[in-house]
Design a protein around this ligand. Structure first.
Ligand SMILES: Nc1ncnc2c1ncn2[C@@H]1O[C@H](COP(=O)(O)OP(=O)(O)OP(=O)(O)O)[C@@H](O)[C@H]1O
Length: 238
Protein backbone atom coordinates (compact mmCIF):
# COMPACT_ATOMS: atom_id res chain seq x y z
CA UNK A 1 0.00 0.00 0.00
CA UNK A 2 1.27 3.48 -0.81
CA UNK A 3 1.73 5.61 2.30
CA UNK A 4 -0.47 8.67 2.66
CA UNK A 5 1.05 11.83 1.20
CA UNK A 6 0.52 15.42 0.20
CA UNK A 7 1.93 16.02 -3.26
CA UNK A 8 2.64 19.58 -4.36
CA UNK A 9 3.37 19.97 -8.06
CA UNK A 10 4.60 23.07 -9.88
CA UNK A 11 3.06 25.38 -7.30
CA UNK A 12 2.98 29.02 -8.38
CA UNK A 13 2.04 31.80 -5.95
CA UNK A 14 1.69 35.51 -6.61
CA UNK A 15 1.58 38.24 -3.97
CA UNK A 16 0.91 41.89 -4.66
CA UNK A 17 0.94 41.14 -8.39
CA UNK A 18 4.43 39.65 -8.17
CA UNK A 19 5.31 35.98 -8.64
CA UNK A 20 6.97 34.78 -5.43
CA UNK A 21 6.80 30.98 -5.88
CA UNK A 22 7.96 29.77 -9.28
CA UNK A 23 6.77 26.20 -9.79
CA UNK A 24 7.71 24.31 -6.62
CA UNK A 25 7.19 20.53 -6.30
CA UNK A 26 7.61 18.30 -3.25
CA UNK A 27 5.94 15.53 -1.26
CA UNK A 28 5.12 15.32 2.45
CA UNK A 29 4.73 11.80 3.81
CA UNK A 30 2.58 10.48 6.64
CA UNK A 31 4.39 9.71 9.89
CA UNK A 32 7.44 11.79 9.04
CA UNK A 33 8.72 15.29 9.67
CA UNK A 34 9.83 17.13 6.55
CA UNK A 35 11.31 20.60 6.74
CA UNK A 36 11.15 23.55 4.38
CA UNK A 37 14.19 25.79 4.81
CA UNK A 38 15.32 29.06 3.28
CA UNK A 39 16.29 32.64 4.05
CA UNK A 40 13.82 35.36 5.05
CA UNK A 41 11.68 36.12 2.03
CA UNK A 42 12.60 32.90 0.19
CA UNK A 43 8.91 31.99 0.07
CA UNK A 44 8.39 29.42 2.83
CA UNK A 45 5.27 31.04 4.30
CA UNK A 46 3.85 31.77 0.85
CA UNK A 47 4.28 28.10 -0.09
CA UNK A 48 2.57 26.69 2.97
CA UNK A 49 -0.16 29.32 3.05
CA UNK A 50 -1.07 28.47 -0.54
CA UNK A 51 -0.94 24.77 0.29
CA UNK A 52 -3.34 25.33 3.22
CA UNK A 53 -5.70 27.61 1.31
CA UNK A 54 -4.71 30.79 3.12
CA UNK A 55 -3.35 32.31 -0.12
CA UNK A 56 -4.60 31.82 -3.69
CA UNK A 57 -2.79 29.33 -5.92
CA UNK A 58 -1.78 30.87 -9.24
CA UNK A 59 -0.63 27.60 -10.81
CA UNK A 60 0.16 23.95 -10.16
CA UNK A 61 -1.61 21.52 -7.86
CA UNK A 62 -1.89 20.22 -4.29
CA UNK A 63 -3.19 16.68 -3.78
CA UNK A 64 -3.85 14.65 -0.65
CA UNK A 65 -3.71 10.95 -1.56
CA UNK A 66 -4.48 11.87 -5.13
CA UNK A 67 -7.48 14.06 -4.25
CA UNK A 68 -7.03 17.59 -5.60
CA UNK A 69 -7.24 20.33 -2.98
CA UNK A 70 -5.84 23.09 -5.16
CA UNK A 71 -7.56 26.41 -4.63
CA UNK A 72 -10.05 25.16 -2.02
CA UNK A 73 -10.85 27.45 0.90
CA UNK A 74 -8.75 27.02 4.04
CA UNK A 75 -11.65 25.49 5.94
CA UNK A 76 -12.20 22.81 3.27
CA UNK A 77 -8.51 21.94 3.28
CA UNK A 78 -8.54 21.68 7.07
CA UNK A 79 -11.52 19.35 6.89
CA UNK A 80 -9.69 17.27 4.30
CA UNK A 81 -6.96 16.72 6.90
CA UNK A 82 -4.31 19.43 6.59
CA UNK A 83 -3.93 21.71 9.63
CA UNK A 84 -1.80 24.85 9.47
CA UNK A 85 -0.16 26.31 12.57
CA UNK A 86 0.44 29.84 11.28
CA UNK A 87 3.51 31.90 12.07
CA UNK A 88 3.41 34.04 15.22
CA UNK A 89 1.35 31.86 17.62
CA UNK A 90 -1.65 34.16 17.45
CA UNK A 91 -4.47 33.43 19.89
CA UNK A 92 -7.79 35.05 20.74
CA UNK A 93 -6.68 36.96 23.83
CA UNK A 94 -10.14 37.51 25.31
CA UNK A 95 -10.91 33.77 25.32
CA UNK A 96 -9.43 31.24 27.73
CA UNK A 97 -6.76 28.78 26.64
CA UNK A 98 -9.38 26.02 26.47
CA UNK A 99 -11.88 28.13 24.52
CA UNK A 100 -9.13 28.89 22.00
CA UNK A 101 -8.46 25.19 21.51
CA UNK A 102 -12.16 24.37 21.20
CA UNK A 103 -12.66 27.01 18.51
CA UNK A 104 -10.64 24.72 16.25
CA UNK A 105 -12.50 21.48 17.04
CA UNK A 106 -14.07 20.29 13.81
CA UNK A 107 -16.45 17.81 15.38
CA UNK A 108 -18.91 19.68 17.59
CA UNK A 109 -20.36 16.78 19.59
CA UNK A 110 -19.71 17.20 23.34
CA UNK A 111 -18.18 13.72 23.62
CA UNK A 112 -15.80 14.32 20.71
CA UNK A 113 -14.80 17.72 22.07
CA UNK A 114 -14.11 16.24 25.51
CA UNK A 115 -12.05 13.43 24.01
CA UNK A 116 -10.22 15.92 21.78
CA UNK A 117 -9.35 18.11 24.76
CA UNK A 118 -8.16 15.11 26.77
CA UNK A 119 -5.82 14.03 23.97
CA UNK A 120 -4.50 17.58 23.59
CA UNK A 121 -3.89 17.85 27.34
CA UNK A 122 -1.96 14.58 27.27
CA UNK A 123 0.38 16.21 24.76
CA UNK A 124 0.47 19.59 26.55
CA UNK A 125 -0.26 19.11 30.30
CA UNK A 126 0.88 22.74 30.72
CA UNK A 127 -2.31 23.81 28.96
CA UNK A 128 -4.54 21.68 31.18
CA UNK A 129 -3.19 23.59 34.17
CA UNK A 130 -3.95 26.89 32.45
CA UNK A 131 -7.19 25.96 30.72
CA UNK A 132 -9.17 28.75 32.38
CA UNK A 133 -6.54 31.45 31.95
CA UNK A 134 -7.14 34.18 29.40
CA UNK A 135 -4.99 33.48 26.37
CA UNK A 136 -3.66 37.04 26.50
CA UNK A 137 -2.03 36.17 29.84
CA UNK A 138 -0.16 33.13 28.49
CA UNK A 139 3.56 33.18 27.70
CA UNK A 140 4.77 32.99 24.11
CA UNK A 141 5.53 29.30 24.49
CA UNK A 142 2.09 28.58 25.96
CA UNK A 143 0.46 30.51 23.10
CA UNK A 144 2.41 28.36 20.63
CA UNK A 145 1.13 25.28 22.49
CA UNK A 146 -2.43 26.61 22.10
CA UNK A 147 -1.80 27.16 18.37
CA UNK A 148 -0.47 23.61 18.02
CA UNK A 149 -3.32 22.24 20.16
CA UNK A 150 -5.76 23.88 17.72
CA UNK A 151 -4.15 21.80 14.97
CA UNK A 152 -4.12 18.60 17.04
CA UNK A 153 -7.78 18.84 18.05
CA UNK A 154 -8.79 18.87 14.38
CA UNK A 155 -7.29 15.33 14.14
CA UNK A 156 -5.29 16.18 11.03
CA UNK A 157 -3.50 13.73 8.80
CA UNK A 158 -0.93 16.42 8.00
CA UNK A 159 0.23 19.34 10.09
CA UNK A 160 2.14 22.35 8.80
CA UNK A 161 4.02 24.37 11.41
CA UNK A 162 5.18 27.79 10.19
CA UNK A 163 8.04 28.75 12.53
CA UNK A 164 8.14 26.42 15.50
CA UNK A 165 10.68 28.17 17.72
CA UNK A 166 10.48 31.86 16.76
CA UNK A 167 11.19 33.94 19.89
CA UNK A 168 10.84 30.99 22.28
CA UNK A 169 13.20 29.68 24.98
CA UNK A 170 15.12 26.45 24.27
CA UNK A 171 13.29 24.51 27.01
CA UNK A 172 9.94 25.38 25.42
CA UNK A 173 11.22 24.50 21.96
CA UNK A 174 12.20 21.09 23.30
CA UNK A 175 8.60 20.54 24.47
CA UNK A 176 7.23 21.62 21.10
CA UNK A 177 9.63 19.29 19.30
CA UNK A 178 8.42 16.43 21.51
CA UNK A 179 4.86 17.22 20.46
CA UNK A 180 5.87 16.93 16.80
CA UNK A 181 7.38 13.53 17.52
CA UNK A 182 4.12 12.44 19.16
CA UNK A 183 2.35 13.63 16.02
CA UNK A 184 4.50 11.55 13.70
CA UNK A 185 4.24 8.60 16.11
CA UNK A 186 0.49 8.81 15.53
CA UNK A 187 1.00 8.72 11.78
CA UNK A 188 0.62 12.45 11.15
CA UNK A 189 2.86 13.92 8.45
CA UNK A 190 4.50 17.17 9.54
CA UNK A 191 5.88 19.96 7.38
CA UNK A 192 8.09 22.16 9.53
CA UNK A 193 9.34 25.66 8.85
CA UNK A 194 12.04 26.55 11.32
CA UNK A 195 14.54 29.42 11.45
CA UNK A 196 17.19 27.27 13.12
CA UNK A 197 18.25 24.96 10.32
CA UNK A 198 20.20 22.66 12.63
CA UNK A 199 17.17 22.04 14.83
CA UNK A 200 15.01 21.42 11.77
CA UNK A 201 17.52 19.00 10.25
CA UNK A 202 17.81 17.09 13.53
CA UNK A 203 14.03 16.66 13.66
CA UNK A 204 13.27 16.07 10.00
CA UNK A 205 13.97 13.09 7.82
CA UNK A 206 13.54 15.00 4.57
CA UNK A 207 14.42 18.58 3.78
CA UNK A 208 13.61 21.06 1.06
CA UNK A 209 15.47 24.32 0.52
CA UNK A 210 13.85 27.33 -1.11
CA UNK A 211 15.85 30.10 -2.71
CA UNK A 212 13.97 33.08 -4.15
CA UNK A 213 10.82 31.04 -4.69
CA UNK A 214 12.52 28.03 -6.28
CA UNK A 215 13.46 24.70 -4.75
CA UNK A 216 17.22 24.19 -4.79
CA UNK A 217 17.30 21.00 -2.68
CA UNK A 218 14.88 18.16 -2.04
CA UNK A 219 16.34 15.12 -0.31
CA UNK A 220 17.35 13.66 3.01
CA UNK A 221 18.29 15.86 5.98
CA UNK A 222 21.40 13.73 6.43
CA UNK A 223 22.67 14.53 2.95
CA UNK A 224 21.91 18.21 3.40
CA UNK A 225 23.84 18.27 6.68
CA UNK A 226 26.81 16.83 4.84
CA UNK A 227 26.54 19.53 2.15
CA UNK A 228 26.48 22.82 4.09
CA UNK A 229 27.30 24.81 0.94
CA UNK A 230 23.70 24.33 -0.25
CA UNK A 231 22.25 25.97 2.84
CA UNK A 232 24.93 28.66 2.95
CA UNK A 233 24.18 29.51 -0.68
CA UNK A 234 20.43 29.67 -0.04
CA UNK A 235 20.76 31.84 3.06
CA UNK A 236 23.21 34.21 1.37
CA UNK A 237 20.99 34.53 -1.69
CA UNK A 238 18.29 36.52 0.15
N1 LIG B 1 1.66 40.52 2.08
C1 LIG B 1 2.55 40.50 1.09
N2 LIG B 1 2.35 41.21 -0.05
C2 LIG B 1 3.22 41.18 -1.06
N3 LIG B 1 4.37 40.47 -1.05
C3 LIG B 1 4.62 39.76 0.05
C4 LIG B 1 3.74 39.73 1.17
N4 LIG B 1 4.27 38.92 2.12
C5 LIG B 1 5.42 38.46 1.61
N5 LIG B 1 5.64 38.96 0.39
C6 LIG B 1 6.79 38.68 -0.48
O1 LIG B 1 6.73 37.30 -0.86
C7 LIG B 1 8.05 36.77 -0.90
C8 LIG B 1 8.11 35.51 -0.06
O2 LIG B 1 7.84 35.85 1.30
P1 LIG B 1 7.52 34.76 2.41
O3 LIG B 1 7.01 35.50 3.62
O4 LIG B 1 6.71 33.70 1.82
O5 LIG B 1 8.97 34.22 2.69
P2 LIG B 1 9.49 33.38 3.93
O6 LIG B 1 10.52 32.47 3.37
O7 LIG B 1 8.37 32.79 4.67
O8 LIG B 1 10.20 34.48 4.79
P3 LIG B 1 10.09 34.84 6.35
O9 LIG B 1 11.01 33.89 7.01
O10 LIG B 1 10.59 36.26 6.39
O11 LIG B 1 8.64 34.70 6.75
C9 LIG B 1 9.00 37.88 -0.46
O12 LIG B 1 9.55 38.47 -1.62
C10 LIG B 1 8.11 38.83 0.26
O13 LIG B 1 8.59 40.14 0.12
Amino acid sequence: MTASSVVVENLVVERGGKRVIHGVSFTIRAGEISTLLGANGAGKSSTVMALAGALPVAGGSVRLDGVPLTGLAADRIRRAGIALVPEGHRVLGQLTAEENVLVAALDGSPAARKEGLESVYRIFPELAERRRQLASDLSGGQKQMVAMAQAFIARPRFMIVDELSLGLAPTVVKRLAEALKIATGNGIGVLLIEQFANLALDLARDAMVLERGKLVYDGSSETLKARPEILHGAYLAS
